[in-house]
Design a protein around this ligand. Sequence first.
Ligand code: DX5
Ligand code: ZN
Length: 227
Amino acid sequence: MTYRIAPSILSANFARLGEEVDNVLKSGADIVHFDVMDNHYVPNLTIGPLVCEALRKHGVTAPIDVHLMVKPVDRIVPDFAKAGATYITFHPEASEHIDRSIGLIREAGCKPGLVFNPATPLDVLEWTLDKLDMVLLMSVNPGFGGQKFIPHVLDKARQVRKMIEARGLNVSLEIDGGVGPANIREVAQAGVDTFVAGSAVFGAGKDGDPHRYDSIIASLRAELAKV
Ligand code: DX5
Ligand code: ZN
């Protein structure tokens, strides 16, 4: 299994975002996790396509994993595609027509994914899994960084991994919320291959130090090497 580390820029220093993203990628991160919140689907407000485009213009070439916590979904999809998103994931309860939203993301040239909140059942995967590039399991309730990992999500991860394997699909299984060096190994053992970590990564080291993320990324990788 190839493991990927996806720092969530929600916990980055936004006054120096380009530099923060450069530093975290230089320290060995694989993907930029980009949290979009609308103060409607979730009780917080963050960043939109302009910021995604700015990161591309800044020279970021790594995959950008746009996690939409917005309702409705479809209107904003083409804007993010134009802004350089790689993955676009959305919450099924935020879209009236899930299959249509998945299709829109694919047609726009991006990789679609579905996101499941801790208490949201996985039933829609029955009819969507083969159309997806990513399944994202929330291990906290969406809206804020720095929350505690909800352990029952490990059972969900095992279920999704089973479904992916049973169908012989090449779909990434990502987890988001409360992940750090203390639990990443257990999460990987449950079948997850892509790990979002916000506060654990961006809270590390001393602000302004270009190497501040080296040791946290290395310790996440060291834990993954033990799986
Ligand atoms: C929460 C966001 C997460 C958040 C994770 O709604 O989707 O990506 O940044 O933060 P941590 O890793 O601090 O739990
Ligand atoms: Zn997220």
